[in-house]
Write a new protein. Sequence first.
Length: 260
Amino acid sequence: MKIKSAQPKSSDQAKPFNLLPECETSSGVGCTNCMIFKAVKGTQSWPSFLQEKIIRRYHSGSMITQEGTPVGFIYLLRSGVVKISVENREGMRIVLWVVSSHGKPCDILDKSSLVRQSHSYTCEALSLCEIYCLPKATFNWLMQQEAGLAREVLLELSSEVEGFVNKIRSESGLGARHRLAEILLQLHSIQTENAEKTQPLILDLSRQELASLLNVARETLTRLLAEFSKRGIIKISGNRIIILKKAQLSMIGTHTENEN
């Protein structure tokens, strides 16, 4: 199968580069967990996937998809960290979650793009990212040809819905202090996957972005950050947050320390 389609674009003019060796040899651990590898590798559809897909590199701060723009490609996160957000009615950008290739290699960044004509989310690289860009028509054809891929996509959709439910439960059942500690720990885990775990973490998220991820007012976030800073748990420098005492933060996030 060969489908002619326009090349995906990015804000930093990212260029295609050669196929990663582990995608051909399956030597990489991440690739053995990739839903496309598990469902399509070794089938008659595999050559079509290799022929049609493009791999692109996006630098930190680059837009991978933008909310409201037409869907031409399905984007899968090969490596890196991505911030996913939407715009509310007041024009403010709300961060829904941050995803990493560490836990879910080749995760579809905007799953609604499978059925919608325009993107529902804005996806922005928070680190150097490598992205599989597969024409939407090709991806749909692969799902029709390979029941295993369709099953993997359903599992991904189910996992995302479960994540939304857990987020709602957390927001309704935990205090803001607990939730902030929990989110900082989650971001710490994502962004230190390939670094020394004992090193302080620098989070390149603005106050407004972190407040929207926490689902609290910016003033509430500012008060909680000031409290954590006064207690020596974190250090604040501009829009950057450095975690100094992960163990103490974990105590707050796991409810072993009560709200004041």
